[in-house]
Design a protein around this ligand. Structure first.
Ligand SMILES: [Zn+2]
Ligand SMILES: [Zn+2]
Length: 338
């Protein structure tokens, strides 16, 4: 059965350069961004639909693009959430306050900064019309890695080590709805915007709701529970993991295993070929072989190497081959999985 995905991820800079993953949430006009170093390939319209920016850590190649995002969304009404590791609150506020805001009194933009710490999250709200003064601070306890839940998706953050704390993220859909288009004909249903409404009601658990459906005989009110029975099958939800700038340590791998196991799409750094493994270890980076091994251990469905060092710009096929070989080996029963 063809599954229409709910998340459409894009590796904005390709495998080389700063790792930037833009994920469109289909049917929601919303998107998430994982890291924002230097990037060019995102249109203003795409930046405007950003609901959250998830920062792994604040080395410049992961954080400098926040200025571009801010510039693009400054006049919008919808708020933005920024997630990040220990220290993200101070770093973001200093960035925001480094500009002059004397003419921003009419701006409605609110930015919420969520600093992920072991067991809790510090939440700081700030607004453009106050020149990004803090308007509210609070602390929320965390259950495991879960930092956000909505009907359409959840977000997990895992605190890892990269000479500094660094977050890996896993975006998950609670379950996947598949609309059986061939079941329309027999019942006289016609495609239309009501299909999106149906999905939204099912995700929110509103089974008793009546929705207006287009049919060959005009519009008709039908209960969500009935449409679900007639037209929908449910399969496991899609998931996307973003893992960058981490040491290949037992602790890091063990921490990733809970939230990221079985992920459909794994975006993972492969900074060096394994010939430079000592270099990688000293800088808290992964080699391509280590990235492949981790992909195998996590039983990832697809692997996208990223953040490959520019020194390999003409050797990307070697990076890919090293990732794939280690991924296959670690995926075999009795391989180095464990
Ligand atoms: Zn780094
Ligand atoms: Zn980096």
């Amino acid at each position: 059965m063809f599954m229409r995905p709910s998340f459409l991820p894009r590796l904005v800079n390709g495998p080389l350069f700063d790792p930037v993953v833009y994920v469109r949430i289909l049917n929601e006009r919303k998107a998430l961004l994982f890291d924002c170093g230097h990037f060019e390939g995102l249109a203003p319209r795409e930046l405007l639909s950003l609901e959250a920016v998830c920062i792994s850590h604040t080395h410049m190649d992961h954080f400098m693009g926040l200025d571009r995002i801010l510039r693009a969304i400054l006049h919008r009404d919808q708020p933005l959430t920024i997630y990040g590791p220990e220290g993200i609150t101070g770093k973001t506020l200093s960035k925001l306050r480094s500009y002059t805001w004397n003419l921003s009194s009419g701006y409605a933009l609110e930015i919420t900064i969520c600093e992920v710490l072991p067991g809790c999250m510090h939440i700081t709200r700030t607004r453009a019309d106050t020149g990004f003064a803090v308007t509210r601070r609070s602390t929320a306890p965390l259950q495991g890695a879960r930092i956000y839940v909505s009907p359409r998706y959840s977000l997990d953050a895992v605190i890892l080590e990269h000479t500094v704390p660094c977050l890996a993220y896993v975006l998950k859909e609670p379950f996947h709805l598949n609309i059986l288009k061939n079941a329309f004909t027999g019942r006289g249903y016609l495609p239309g915007a009501w299909v999106g409404t149906l999905k939204a009601h099912i995700f929110a658990g509103r089974m008793e709701e009546l929705i207006t459906v287009n049919t060959h005989a005009g519009t008709q009110k039908v209960r969500v529970s009935r449409l679900k029975e007639e037209l929908v099958t449910i399969t496991p939800g899609q998931s996307v993991a973003f893992v960058t700038d981490i040491s290949c340590s037992r602790e890091n791998i063990a921490a990733l295993k809970g939230p990221a196991r079985g992920t459909d799409m794994l975006f993972i750094e492969a900074y060096y070929l394994h010939e430079l493994k000592d270099h990688a270890a000293a800088r808290g980076h992964l080699t391509a072989r280590q990235a492949g091994m981790i992909a195998g251990m996590l039983e990832a469905g697809q692997v996208f190497p990223m953040h490959v060092s520019p020194r390999y710009h003409d050797r990307l096929d070697e990076i890919r081959a090293e990732v794939d070989a280690a991924w296959c080996e670690a995926s075999e029963p009795g391989g180095s999985r464990g």
